[in-house]
Design a protein around this ligand. Structure first.
Ligand code: ADP
Ligand code: MG
Length: 409
């Protein structure tokens, strides 16, 4: 088998593998079907990009978001990897198809809608394939927090090329979702590699909402570095951005309703800045590579523990001390329960389980990190020493009662 290390160093410029990357890459190079469960920021992309360069043929990457694909394309092209995207907004699709046929692509990114179609299957049979990479693989599971029906249609494509190895990647899989991914994508149970989920440099804090604008202003005053504040509504992001701007900090808003040019500029400004705050909906963050985010705040309950972990995981990727502060209220639980009442019946039980798990996290007077890590099946000490409850063991707080009341109602 080819030694990937020289390419890791020359093409990617990294001195060595990080964590489980090496095990994942070895499995892929050995042609074994694999599910890699690795936290956000752990370096999942490398696990298929490196084999894509090393192996003969094209690595087909299924990815759920066009913006994500284009970010990856830019980064890959910048280091000399031969990559292309096939999405509805690409004007060079004919050229990409021709390059693929000539065997000139290491990486070909496609959306699941495209990947699951018959025309795409025909195309793939016209050149050599190295690997199928299914990014954000939790989208295949109805149990997962981000179900995308088109991911379900990938299996026939994979099965049409039985000799091409599959690599599924996700950051956010609880035990149930993992089992589902293995089953749906035809990966053996011993083909799963799970990296540790702990992010020891992130200090977790969770507080009941009181005056959330003031609470976030206090956090912002404490933290001069870049920060992300997740807000539930589009209007809310703009309102909060305005309020925080009054504290003298540089602030931008980000949500899917903004003019695309403004949205792109706000994102670029934030990524380039050493002290900016961005008030955003959860539309912000996927695929954004900013290592020095010093805090992530939630001005309201996130959708699930998976979402919370993924969003807070954008803090402190450089390993320096960072804060994740969640502010929640009883009204958040009421709204969440109402939302659950509106989803398809067969999904309600899963959603309810997710809300209960979230309730346990905000309600606990014990270690936050322990609950978080247990949720993902990681071992955890009783006391992490770097969350609000471990640092300041609470006396019986009213919030506990409030949460219990609203969770059991
Ligand atoms: P994920 O998809 O798991 O969230 P990414 O693939 O976006 O993570 O990688 C996160 C960051 O880690 C990127 O900046 C990437 O360049 C960096 N990275 C990946 N592998 C390594 C490595 N072996 N050594 C150093 N940095 C790495
Ligand atoms: Mg990724």
């Amino acid at each position: 088998m080819i030694d990937p290390l020289p390419i890791l160093q020359s093409t990617f410029g990294f001195p060595g593998f990080r964590g489980v990357q090496e095990s994942v890459v070895s499995r892929v190079l050995a042609g074994e079907n694999t599910l890699a469960v690795m936290p956000t920021g752990a370096g999942k992309s490398l696990c298929y990009q490196l084999p894509a360069v090393v192996l003969e043929g094209t690595c087909v990457v299924v990815s759920p978001l066009i913006a994500l694909m284009h970010d990856q394309l830019r980064a890959a092209t910048a280091i000399g990897i031969r990559a292309a995207t096939l999405t509805s907004v690409d004007t060079d699709q004919m050229e990409t198809i021709a390059r693929f046929r000539r065997g000139e692509l290491d990486l070909l990114y496609v959306a699941p809608e495209r990947a699951s179609g018959g025309a795409f299957r025909d195309l793939l049979s016209q050149a050599k394939l190295a690997l199928f990479a299914i990014d954000e693989a939790h989208c295949v599971s109805e149990w997962g927090h981000d179900f995308r029906p088109d991911y379900r249609l990938l299996r026939p494509l994979l099965d049409a090329f039985p000799h091409v190895p599959r690599l599924a990647l996700t950051a956010t899989a609880d035990a149930h979702t993992r089992a589902d991914i293995l089953e749906q994508l035809g990966i053996p149970h011993d083909g799963m590699i799970v990296a540790g989920f702990d992010r020891p440099n992130i200090q977790y804090r969770i507080s009941p909402k009181d005056n959330v604008t003031r609470q976030i202003a206090d956090l912002v005053a404490e933290q001069p570095g870049p920060g992300i504040v997740y807000v539930q509504s589009r209007a809310g992001t703009e309102k909060l951005a305005e309020a925080l701007a009054k504290t003298g900090r540089k602030v931008r808003a980000y949500h899917a309703g903004l003019d695309p040019a403004v949205r792109a500029r706000n994102q670029a400004d934030f990524v380039a800045s050493e002290d900016m705050i961005i008030c955003a909906t959860v539309a912000f963050g996927m695929g954004i590579d900013k290592p020095d985010v010093r805090f992530v705040a939630h001005a309201g309950l996130p959708k699930s523990i998976e979402g919370y972990y993924q969003e807070t995981g954008r803090a402190g990727r450089d390993g320096d001390p960072s804060i994740a502060h969640l502010f929640w209220g009883a009204d958040d639980f009421a709204k969440a329960r109402q939302r659950i009442g509106e989803v398809e019946l067969h999904r309600q039980a899963g959603e309810r389980t997710r809300l209960t798990a979230l309730g346990a996290l905000v309600e606990t007077s014990g270690c936050r990190r322990r609950i978080l890590l247990k949720h993902f099946g990681d071992d955890a000490p009783a006391n992490c020493g770097n969350c609000d409850n471990c640092l300041n063991p609470p006396a019986a707080i009213d919030a506990t009662e409030v949460a219990r009341k609203f969770l059991s109602a």
